[in-house]
Ligand binder design. Structure first.
Ligand code: RB5
Length: 171
């Protein structure tokens, strides 16, 4: 399977291990970054993963930040993405089977690398089970996202990145 993986600087080591794990299982992994521990913003990488999924460049996406919350929300804003914040195998399977989730957000500091492996395995193995009810629901949910974001607009977070560089934020 082709999989995009992204993270923020809080959990780069966990993302790297997840990428290695998925590569070891024979998946084609696109590492969207971040690639080191230099402060950055999780929306940049959540969005990168979301855009790859929305454009059909990968089959699914995996987003990891400290809690999973911020990066999950950012990915979810990309039109065409259904991103579920997941902390366990059961939720990951439900997200795919019932809501055809195409991205999961995971909290590296909350869940940890061992459980992430079980979660991604379960998400990859699960298949969407379409029913009239969940198809109608998904159509409504997908319709909630407006047309404001153009997925080519990569510079939208530049002002925040500049503020990190200027020492404006603290972890
Ligand atoms: C660090 O910036 C932290 O806020 C982030 O990794 C994440 O936990 C947000 O949801």
């Amino acid at each position: 399977m082709k999989i995009a993986v992204g993270c923020d600087h809080i959990v780069t080591d966990i993302k790297d291990k997840t990428v290695k794990y998925l590569n070891g299982k024979g998946h084609d992994v696109i590492d969207c970054g971040t690639y080191d521990f230099v402060r950055t913003h999780y929306p940049i990488f959540g969005r990168k993963v979301g855009v790859m999924v929305a454009k059909g460049e990968v089959d699914i996406g995996i987003c990891i930040c400290g809690t999973g919350v911020g990066i999950n929300i950012a990915a979810e804003k990309v039109k065409g993405v259904r991103c579920a914040l997941v902390r366990d195998v059961q939720t990951a399977v439900y997200a795919k089977e019932e809501l055809n989730a195409n991205v999961i957000g995971v909290g590296g500091r909350v869940v940890g690398e061992g459980t992430i492996e079980y979660i991604v395995d379960a998400f990859i193995a699960a298949k969407y089970n379409p029913t009239a009810e969940n198809q109608a629901l998904i159509k409504k949910i997908d319709g909630l996202i407006g047309e404001n974001d153009t997925i080519e607009n990569d510079a939208i977070f530049d002002e925040f990145q500049k503020k990190w560089d200027e020492g404006f934020y603290n972890d």
